[in-house]
Design a protein around this ligand. Structure first.
Ligand code: AKB
Length: 330
């Protein structure tokens, strides 16, 4: 069968003679919109199959796209066989803020999704990359320079499902030999697609509003410090982990960060580019979520194991993103 004859590829993913055949779930979301084109450039357009629950695929229009619901095991299996997939990048997920509004949905999508993907990986000998998040940490976690290995008792349903994702992935690795890898992403900031319902979303919205209206009302308090990362670093870090030789890995799920700042610090940086920019604050239910998470992350284990090093800080990211958004506007 297709599954039995499927080539197991090495960690030399960019080996042209034996490229990976990747299925990306959640491909039209914030990360997928930029990761899919990035992967296609590296591994070949037709080796990266974008998928999402929606029929619409404008942001993934530059290559193969299939409509697939991660809750539907049989449909996913069909896609995997048809496209000779050997690696799933599982991005589909309900984020923290929507999760608190519709906890039953987040619980279902975020647990059943990874269960389906891991079962398909076990049966078909696929590799799996599925992001985790700083949301695995909770109020009893050390808040500053949170270490790789420490208490992870989150209080959001999203965080709970991300702890589950890590643990079930690690179980499938130990028990069945599935090559499962994960990164605990901080808030991801990007200029292309908007994030969908997270607590760190203010750090994306603020740039769009600064360009469009020169003012922004932030849903977090001015001194709420959170770990963040700019998309180009996210893409590079993700590729570095998935291409890292197995023997260099000491973890399946790594802490990762780019920078940490507060909304007030971000506003000040934007004012250097747009002096008229004004910010005010109207904290809502997302404040409590933010306060339950770390303020900064220690990612020294990723730095040691596979040479992780972010390139962007708040200042260079702000200059880069504002010029990109101005270009898009004109
Ligand atoms: C969220 O805010 O829910 C996400 C995350 C930090 O995982 N951006």
């Amino acid at each position: 069968s297709g599954s039995r004859s499927r080539r197991l590829f090495s960690t030399q993913l960019h080996n042209i003679a034996n490229p990976p055949r990747i299925l990306v779930t959640g491909a039209v979301g914030q990360i997928g919109s930029e990761l899919v084109p990035f992967l296609r450039k590296r591994y070949g357009v037709n080796n990266v199959i974008a998928s999402d629950v929606s029929e619409i695929h404008s942001s993934s229009a530059e290559g193969p796209y299939v409509q697939a619901d991660i809750m539907k095991f049989d449909k996913l299996d069909e896609v995997i066989q048809k496209h000779d997939i050997n690696f799933v990048i599982h991005l589909a997920c309900v984020l923290s803020a929507i999760g608190e509004q519709i906890p039953v949905l987040a619980l279902k999508v975020n647990t059943r999704g990874i269960e389906n993907i891991l079962e398909l990986a076990r049966i078909n000998k696929l590799r799996v990359y599925a992001p985790s998040s700083i949301a695995i940490y909770g109020p009893t976690t050390p808040k500053d320079e949170t270490p790789q290995e420490c208490v992870a008792r989150p209080t959001t349903i999203y965080g709970i499902t991300k702890v589950y994702t890590e643990l079930i992935g690690e179980y499938y690795h130990q028990r069945f030999g599935v090559d499962f890898r994960s990164l605990r992403y901080p808030g991801i900031i990007s200029s292309e697609a908007q994030p969908g319902g997270g607590t760190t979303d203010y750090a994306v919205e603020i740039y769009h509003e600064a360009i469009a209206n020169k003012k922004y009302t932030c849903f977090l308090k001015e001194d709420t410090k959170m770990p963040m990362m700019y998309m180009p670093d996210t893409l590079r870090g993700t590729i570095q982990l998935i291409e890292a030789p197995e023997e260099t890995l000491t973890q399946r799920s790594y802490n990762l960060t780019g920078m940490s700042f507060t909304p007030a610090e971000m506003a000040k940086e934007i004012q250097k580019e747009i002096p008229e920019f004004q910010i005010d604050y109207s904290p809502d239910f997302r404040q409590a979520i933010a306060e339950s998470w770390p303020r900064s992350i220690d990612d020294s284990v990723a730095r040691r194991d596979w040479n992780w090093k972010p390139e962007f800080n708040l200042s260079s990211m702000t200059k880069h993103i504002i010029s990109r958004l101005r270009e898009k506007k004109n």
